[in-house]
Write a protein that binds this ligand. Structure first.
Ligand SMILES: [Zn+2]
Length: 118
């Protein structure tokens, strides 16, 4: 079952990799399924379930973790995945999460994309 895509896993964070193996029904379907899965997780952010997860995270940790590391106190508005979930359902829903302000969330994302691009 586990088809390890050697060499593929590191280079393209986020899009196209990590599709659920359960959808493998042949080569072309597999491609379609992976394409869909890459966009599926974006929709998860719009669900009531995600809003509940986010609300709980922000309730437990209302302040931006990175601001706190700099000795700043700023309210967090983003429930961020500590590890990139890459469309992995278990990681997406179960975390671990961290609370970030918008500034740190955006900065974090950009540096993660830079790191993935090399
Ligand atoms: Zn911050």
């Amino acid at each position: 079952m586990a088809r390890a895509p050697a060499g593929l896993s590191r280079s393209r964070a986020g899009v196209g990799v990590g599709a659920p193996a359960s959808a493998a029904q042949g080569a072309s379907d597999d491609y379609e399924a992976r394409r869909r899965a890459a966009f599926d997780w974006r929709r998860w952010y719009g669900t009531a379930r995600w809003r509940a997860v986010r609300a709980e995270q922000l309730a437990q940790e209302p302040l931006c973790r990175m601001c706190a590391a700099d000795g700043e106190v700023r309210a967090a508005t983003v429930c961020d995945h500590v590890e990139p979930h890459r469309g992995d359902e278990a990681k997406f829903w179960n975390g671990p999460f961290q609370s970030l302000c918008a500034f740190h969330h955006n900065r974090d994302k950009q540096s993660a994309e830079r790191a993935a691009g090399r």
